[in-house]
Design a binder for this molecule. Sequence first.
Ligand code: B12
Ligand code: SF4
Length: 505
Amino acid sequence: MPVRQKIILFSPKPRRHTYSNSIPVALLKIASMIDRKKYESVIVSATPKYDYETQILKDSKDALCFAVRVLTGHDIIEAIELIKKIKKVNPNLPIVWGGWHGAIFPDQTLESSYADIIIRGQGERTFKELVERLVTKKDLKGLPGIIYKDKSGKIIHNPERPFEDINNFPDIPYDLINIDDYVDNFDGLRAAFYVTSQGCPFKCKFCAEPLVFKQRWSSLSNERILKDWEYLSKKGIEFIIIGDDNFFVNEKKVKDFCEKFIAKKLPLKWGRVSGRVRQMLAFSDETWQLIKDTGCTDIQVGAETGDQNVLDYIGKELTVDEIVQFIERARKFKIKATPAFILGLPTEEFRKASSKEIQKLLDKQWNAFFDVMDRCYKDHKDYDEIRLFAYDPYPGNPLYDLSCELGFDAPKKLEEWAIIRPAPWIKESLREKIRMLQYFLFPYARDGYAGRHIKKFKLLQKLFHKSAQWRWKHRFFALPIEYKMYRAYTNLRTKKTGQSATDHE
Ligand code: B12
Ligand code: SF4
């Protein structure tokens, strides 16, 4: 076989101290379209397992291009640091940015010296065609789906590429990676990350999905999904983590999937799967039971807020009553349901409000959150997981634009996006309270939670459990001595082991 030119596909570290262990699905999907006879796709995900940087710098000397997947956040700085080094080795190597950040801010990204070409939306076909142009040194004029700098440095926006049915793309080329290098751990099971669909038909005002995929949604056929799962199962995978933005879009397809999954009798569990409350409430009991029968471990839903005015404003197409009904329905079928909430979402009312009035609106959201929690979990202990976040203005959506109008100090340069800046109306004291609830109070209030780090200290656990329940019931969060003790202990552990109890913060 003649020497094939290398194409480097890279996924950076998502946090300074955290590596992503997950299968780099986006990179594999991109590689699936590349002609193997002519090119060698080198998939590299930042990992402590080998010296990936040295490998990339070596390959960069004669590669066709370096293509990187970048999300808004820490990814950016990791990508830039590496690109600076690549440029020293091969200053003319084309640098391609795929993934969400470049798609949201193509101009700002290209204005930096770290990107030559941005791929927006689905990358499979666009990247394949880009490779063909790069190898023949053809002009990039007219190639749909890219934004690029021409020879004079001018930024050119090519036409968008229409969204395609993802079944048009080839199978995931798992043989390009060593699956054992990308095994996640889920409750002690060997877990693999998998995505069955792309896009989302909805239009929540805080999400960039409508900008990136234009409210389109496409899902792999159930046969294809199960073929991949069978392959993964043969590779020793025991659990599938679903990364779809919205898995439960079409009840008929979900039902068919469950029936086929059960019939196949694969030794696999699946879960961490996202859906929407209203859609899933409309599912029949039969479908819910089928989902349960597949062994699905948990369903995550965006409940967002207990404040109906805010729910209406953010376009969630959801009522507070439906959130409560959803939790009850999941309980009836013994499926773990994880609602996610955001505190501090801005609304139109923020525009004319004084800082005192804004504080009142935030207090209203805070109280509404506990009201809906109390309705969902009357005894403050019969639940599995509750996720709570402070609102951070992520770009590419109407709520971000409103945040800018309300005084959010938007980053002006690519590099500045590496650190997500806080919304000015969310004070550090509120963030700390949210951290206490998310990482300490909710886990400990639950019956049976042993605490990852203090399993040995039975008495302390009991104290944490009782105080968490009492605090939640009385909504009393002042003087959080036990939380401070817990933090001090976990910080000490972090120093010793390098692993934090709140690594995802
Ligand atoms: C897995 C995942 C992660 C993993 C990343 C692991 C990894 N190394 O891949 C982890 C857990 C680390 C993570 C973290 C975060 N994530 Co995340 N994550 C996802 C998730 C669930 C799946 C991504 C995926 O693989 N999708 C499947 C692929 C096939 O789709 P795709 O990524 O869109 O890829 C297509 C195109 O975008 C393009 N493309 C993508 N990459 C590349 C690369 C090249 C070279 C090319 C040519 C094309 C290309 O082509 C692909 C095929 O069509 C998505 C939701 C989703 N369903 O996409 C959110 C999502 C990407 N994350 C999101 C967010 C908000 C975050 C966090 C900011 C969350 C937080 N508050 O901390 C952090 C950011 C961390 C950071 N960058 O600093 C947002 C994106 C927001 C944004 N502006 O970037 C998403 C879309 C969720 C959402 N709907 O809001 N995330
Ligand atoms: S938040 Fe979820 S449901 Fe809403 S548009 Fe984004 S992906 Fe779709």
